[in-house]
Design a protein around this ligand. Structure first.
Ligand SMILES: NC(=O)c1ccc[n+]([C@@H]2O[C@H](COP(=O)([O-])OP(=O)(O)OC[C@H]3O[C@@H](n4cnc5c(N)ncnc54)[C@H](O)[C@@H]3O)[C@@H](O)[C@H]2O)c1
Length: 258
């Protein structure tokens, strides 16, 4: 029982999705208890089927755009990964995409605040829109068309970043935002519409130059988790921005707000 109490507890929204399920695996490997919440709108239980019977893992089917209630007293981390992410999905699901970026992020932040947990947002390079700078750095604010079809995803994520920073500044919540560039790997659906799954058709605008910006999911999740725990435990960030690219010469960026 004592061991269980000291075990870190993580909630992963979107935990049955492509990246969320790899994050769940990585957290379980690191000794966490993990609660994955997913409404399966673009995810699949096949991504987490191998975890059936794992006593450290629980799956809850729920739409996080609605209030999230968890009876657990101790939750240490809330990873908010829920969102349609492929252009095929978010163009088909414009309103659920806006809702999960806005209401879903608000609910996930509320859960983190209630449990005094750290909150980590999966944001996107799409926050830069059709960028006028290459490569993009965190201090570049982007070039987004709010009324174009892709605006449903880009603006949802920009709102998600803004409300995350508001919770950090107003409620002093420990928050981190990760702007992920296109990532590929096992469990990616064949009709995903990004990078390797559809080599003839890329949804990135030619100006975005994203094809040279792709990362393998296992590399990305490993770096992501390592940096989050490194930053949290050792207060690494004196300055606010951590440039993972400079460190690793790869293209995923993470920055913390503590
Ligand atoms: N894969 C990439 O290259 C990439 C790049 C940038 C950002 N991201 C971000 O990473 C996260 C995961 O992306 P992914 O590629 O794994 O996509 P995915 O579609 O495979 O996974 C998203 C998961 O979220 C779930 N979900 C969506 N709306 C939900 C809701 N309202 N309530 C509960 N669950 C919901 C889906 O069912 C799915 O399982 C997303 O937030 C995405 O914006 C991914």
């Amino acid at each position: 029982m004592a061991a269980k109490n000291s075990q870190p507890v993580s909630v992963v929204t979107g935990g049955a999705g492509f990246l969320g399920s790899h994050l769940v695996d990585r957290l379980l490997d690191a000794g966490h208890r993990v609660i994955a919440i997913d409404n399966l709108i673009t995810g699949n239980t096949a991504n987490i089927g191998h975890l059936a019977g794992n006593e450290n893992f629980r799956f809850i089917k729920h739409n996080v755009s609605n209030f999230i209630f968890l009876p657990e007293e101790k939750i240490d981390y809330v990873f908010h990964f829920a969102s349609p992410a492929s252009p095929i999905d978010y163009l088909e699901l414009p309103i659920p995409t806006l809702k999960v970026g806005a209401l879903g992020t608000h609910n996930a932040l509320g859960l983190a605040k209630d449990k005094n947990a750290s909150f980590i947002l999966a944001s996107t390079s799409e926050a830069y829109g059709d960028p006028l700078e290459h490569p993009q750095k965190e201090d570049y604010w982007g070039n987004v068309n709010p009324i174009g079809p892709r605006g449903v995803y880009d603006e949802a994520k920009r709102f998600a970043e803004a409300i995350t920073m508001a919770y950090h500044r107003y409620h002093r919540l420990d928050t981190k935002i990760v702007r992920i560039f296109n990532t590929y790997g096992p469990r990616m659906r064949l009709r995903d519409g990004r990078v390797n799954s559809s080599p003839k058709k890329s949804f990135a605008s030619p100006k975005q130059n994203r094809r040279s910006n792709t990362n393998h999911c296992r590399w990305m999740i490993r770096r992501y988790v390592n940096r989050i725990f490194h930053v949290r435990n050792r207060s690494l960030i004196g300055s606010r921005v951590l440039d993972l690219r400079r460190e690793s010469k790869k293209r995923s960026n993470i920055f913390g707000t503590r």
